[in-house]
Design a protein. Sequence first.
Length: 220
Amino acid sequence: MYHVLISVSDEELQNKTPIAAFNEKLRRAMSEQAHIIAISLHPELGCGSEMLEWLETWQDKFLKVNKQFYIIPGNVNQMECLEVSHPDQELKYVASIEDFETLLVSLAPEVSEAVLEVKMPQEALSPAPLPQKIEPPKTAIQAVDADSAIFEVKIAKEAPDPSAPPILMDISQIVETSGEYKCRGCSASRMWLKGDITTDCTNPECTDTDSGWEMTYELF
């Protein structure tokens, strides 16, 4: 199962606070295709209400983009802190990286058993029955190719206001609105978060990589 495990080394903390080092990597994970994000806490984060509130804030951010967020404590004190966290925070945590790997195995059937919308190749369709649709699971799967069929889960997006002017960004511009943007050269999409600095399109098939970006929907 595609996931991202975030950690910071002692060397990375020589010039940064633990919170700042983790925040940089957590922000980048927001635009990753992975739908499971895990953070391996560094002992220097300490433990207490401030750490729990910080973790709750990031959990809420990942939930808004349909990602699951798991926490792996860096020591016994952090584990005890998570165990006594307020139930309303609903923090998800496991005791160790080994337990997290076991959890990934247990989560795999949720993906394989999900009923997905099926689109058959055009030549295989007679005056076609309507495709089967169900509500997608909370974990977001973008696309899976299987032989001649393409399976796809669609995530509802907030439709842009047709009367509003498009939000356009040039390369090397600071992002003011978090959201999904498409390349103006090839229409490949990616997430940009507020405060990011835009770069060229990384799609190898794009013929105009520095054409800039256009928002397709606002994230938060």
